[in-house]
Design a binder for this molecule. Structure first.
Ligand SMILES: Nc1ncnc2c1ncn2[C@@H]1O[C@H](COP(=O)(O)OP(=O)(O)OP(=O)(O)O)[C@@H](O)[C@H]1O
Length: 294
């Protein structure tokens, strides 16, 4: 069955804070979805409700058409891994091998061979207690628990936090490789947008507990362009447009412009010796979530 998630007018309130504020969203089909938002925008809260960790204060959260909270028929289909090193906090006294065994018992689609492969790849000593692992190794272990669960709906909430850059890139590669080999819905939250964006197929951007956009990553990147070439020509071309970012290097410059470019504009840019590339998601994210643009 193709995985689906639907949120209808979803709300989550803590005592004084509305973390998810009437959010309506449908995610349909396998792929890597990026859940992007600023600090405190409600990513963790939204994932917690979608995974049945928390009861919604209002609205509905469904996975494959089924309500999630306290629903034993659907919960085994969902795996939420939260916040890297903290995820395995309850297993600190256990050995890595015990943590893997526990996951094998709990997860119906657990792939033990794949878990072993990842444990070797990330250089984790399975005989150590979890408490003896470094922060980055604990994050890697949490990510392994998420990937090897092969759950039809897997939510990875900043699992890479604590990993160094080579480990994070190895994790992104692994995510991409495994999602192609075993298509499922993988939802990755992040504010390291630059790093994660190359592997995203769809982007869900939230802000202040509300949905800002849900779009195919390619369509989103076409919402603007990076223009580069001789500084004067770049300046002429971007004049009168919304410029998100500008860089100058000697006599060359590059500028990120927001807003779709007509085919005639693109042709004109090329004839003037300018190069056009898609807009970086990071720049769009910063622009769309800036106070005055909210
Ligand atoms: N247990 C809690 N009690 C009270 N307020 C909370 C609780 N957890 C989160 N909040 C508040 O809810 C809002 C959303 O928090 P949430 O952790 O979902 O955001 P986030 O997008 O995951 O943030 P970050 O990127 O910093 O991890 C914030 O204002 C936060 O202070």
């Amino acid at each position: 069955m193709s995985p689906t998630i639907s949120a209808e007018e979803l709300r989550l309130r803590y005592r004084n804070t509305t973390a998810v504020d009437g959010l309506t969203l449908t995610l349909d089909g396998p792929g890597i979805y990026g859940l992007i938002g600023r600090n405190g925008s409600g990513k963790t809260s939204l994932m917690s409700v979608l995974a049945g960790f928390r009861r919604a204060s209002g609205g509905r959260a469904r996975v494959n058409g089924q309500p999630v909270f306290e629903n034993p028929r659907i919960l085994p289909e969902i795996c939420l891994i939260r916040g890297g090193a903290d995820t395995v906090e309850h297993e600190l006294r256990n050995r890595v091998s015990d943590a893997l065994k526990l996951a094998a018992d709990l997860r119906p689609n657990w792939d033990a061979d794949y878990a072993d492969e990842l444990v070797s790849k990330f250089g984790i000593d399975r005989t150590k207690r979890v408490v003896q692992l470094s922060t980055g190794q604990r994050s890697a272990l949490a990510s392994i628990l998420g990937l090897a669960s092969r759950a039809p709906v897997t939510l990875l909430d900043e699992t890479y936090l604590g990993m160094d850059a080579p480990a994070r890139y190895a994790f992104y590669d692994e995510l991409l490789r495994d999602s192609m080999a075993h298509p499922r819905m993988l939802i990755v939250s992040s504010h390291l947008v630059d790093e994660v964006s190359p592997i995203l197929e769809r982007v869900v951007m939230i802000d202040q507990g509300r949905l800002l956009l849900h779009e195919d990553a390619e369509t989103l990147r076409a919402r603007g362009a990076t223009v580069s070439g001789p500084a004067d020509t770049v300046a002429d071309f971007v004049s009168g447009r919304t410029v998100l970012n500008e860089r100058r290097l000697g006599r060359s410059a590059s500028a990120v412009v927001y807003g779709e470019l007509a085919e005639a504009d693109r042709a004109h840019a090329r004839e003037s010796g300018l190069e056009l590339e898609p807009v970086p998601l990071q720049d769009l994210f910063v622009h769309l979530t800036k106070g005055e643009n909210r």
